[in-house]
Design a protein around this ligand. Sequence first.
Ligand SMILES: *Cc1c(COP(=O)(O)O)cnc(C)c1O
Length: 401
Amino acid sequence: MSSTQEIIKTTEKYGAHNYHPLPVVLSKGKGIWLTDPEGKRYMDFLSAYSAVNQGHLHPRIISALKDQCKRLTLTSRAFHNDLLGIFLKELCEYTGYEMALPMNTGAEAVETAMKMARRWGVEKKGIKDGQQEIIVCAENFHGRTITIISFSTDPDARINYGPYAPGFIIIPYNDPEALRKAITPNTCAFLVEPIQGEAGVNVPDAGYLKAVRQICTKNNVLMIADEIQTGFCRTGKKFACDHENVKPDVMTLGKALGGGVFPVSAVVAQRKVMDVFTPGTHGSTFGGNPLACAVAREALRVLDDEKLADNAERLGIIFREKMKKIRCPRMQLVRGKGLLNAVVFDKNFQAWDVCVALKDHGLLAKQTHGNIIRFAPPLIITERQLNQAVSIIKTVFQKIK
Ligand SMILES: *Cc1c(COP(=O)(O)O)cnc(C)c1O
């Protein structure tokens, strides 16, 4: 087997440089653990951006994958497959919605939700086609398609990709008044992350989502919550909106829906919204394939059976408490919900070096925005393992100058 250095060299030579990964190669995973080619073990505190909530190689999810591989993997939607209906039924029961539309990646789910909202705007709200407006938030992250980056405020994500898609209005996050003011008769939807993950685990004030819900209802605007990163127990509840008992009109789902093995995404909504889709108006070759359905069904069951929301809630409180006690003058803030947490350092801080040091000590985490480090282990983590992680973080943080 090749060494870490050789593998990185090959990857850098032949792969487009659209990422800047930590200098670590992973060749095995199990639960919260990852192993490099030299046999060194690491705790995973990124969880593939929350796509591995159930832990690496969860035995039940892997066995669902293997069993389905022996039966049927892909049919396209030209025909029915025997798992799609039952998967969508279980997803609707899990989320509390009437209908679901399966896709593959998160960005596709967001595109789907926006297409649905624009169509709903014309067919149900009476907006003239071409005039629909969708309101979004500054510092959002919703994916990488041309349309989605058109309303990004991150220059790296956006620059030199024009012409940009029109029809989006950007307002500050965590500001209900700005939403109220931005709504026009042409507004069909407000797209919002209940916690902004990529922005550095930006948790809005208590009451924000409730206020958004009220404003959307009052103005007949669809509230679309992007729960791709925050959903499926990550924040200590099934969905981050549950913390305020808020039910969006539409949710976009992905990441952990695929149980860490397979890309599965979906949009859920009530029938009166979802019924704007008619045959031929939207689709995906791989969306809803039987292999994805088998994996996602098991991924949902594991979340419930292993009470991962409760574990995330309980350990999240312990994690933040212990992190706040670490003596590190350049650390300004510990924030988060459940097991989606971040440490914010002062503005000029280079968190990259800290992530490299954490890696050398056996813990993998990644910085966002230069001065913020996200800590998001698989939700199956135990209290003992969490304490072990905190002592690694403490060792590294105490040496920071
Ligand atoms: C990751 C993410 C997406 C995009 O998902 P992909 O599968 O990478 O396309 C969209 N929205 C949020 C909030 C995300 O965290």
